[in-house]
Ligand binder design. Structure first.
Ligand SMILES: Cc1cc2nc3c(=O)[nH]c(=O)nc-3n(C[C@H](O)[C@H](O)[C@H](O)COP(=O)(O)O)c2cc1C
Length: 156
């Protein structure tokens, strides 16, 4: 349908735990209760500026590596920033992060770059740090569902 809202989910995962979080986010975003929202999923290495320009809202997921977002996520933003700056102002976004023990550096590094794109964080990041607790995937599902439902309802 042409009046569908567009939700982009971009993530990177090396050893698979951020992927599990991404799967839950996607599941939530594609909840059967939500209509009129088209979900596009890309890995950070696949994603391009065109994906960001296409979307009405986006969700990024990354592991923390060396106190920062993953190199793949940084590379996506490096490749997209200048094609998107001034063109996606105000778009709502949310983050999910997986970290061995911390995660703060991944979150703040993403928020800093995204501030430069003048986009709006509309939910608290979901951070799973330490031993991977699959019970917390429900929070990832909620993140995706809230973003899609908010887009559908026009609340963001
Ligand atoms: C090269 C490398 C650097 C890492 N640096 C950090 C770090 O700075 N802080 C942290 O909490 N965890 C760090 N970790 C742990 C990862 O965040 C953790 O293994 C995470 O599960 C990886 O996500 P993935 O399973 O989706 O690849 C690092 C892991 C790797 C491989």
């Amino acid at each position: 349908m042409s009046d569908n809202k567009h939700l982009l989910i971009v993530y990177h995962s090396q050893s698979g735990t951020t992927s599990q979080m991404a799967d839950a986010v996607i599941r939530g975003a594609q909840s059967p209760d939500i209509g009129n929202v088209e979900v596009r999923t890309r890995t950070a290495l696949e994603a391009t500026a065109e994906d960001l320009l296409w979307c009405d809202a986006f969700i990024l997921g990354t592991p923390e590596n060396f106190g920062y977002m993953s190199g793949a996520m940084k590379y996506f933003l490096d490749r997209s920033f200048y094609d998107c700056v001034d063109k996606i102002d105000g778009r709502p976004y949310a983050l999910f992060v997986r970290a061995g023990n911390d995660g703060a550096g991944a979150i703040t590094s993403l928020q800093r770059i995204l501030k430069g794109l003048s986009v709006r964080e509309v939910q608290e990041p979901v951070l799973i740090a330490g031993e991977f607790d699959a019970a917390r995937l429900i929070e990832c599902e909620g993140l995706g569902m809230t973003m899609a439902a908010g887009l559908e309802a026009g609340v963001f």
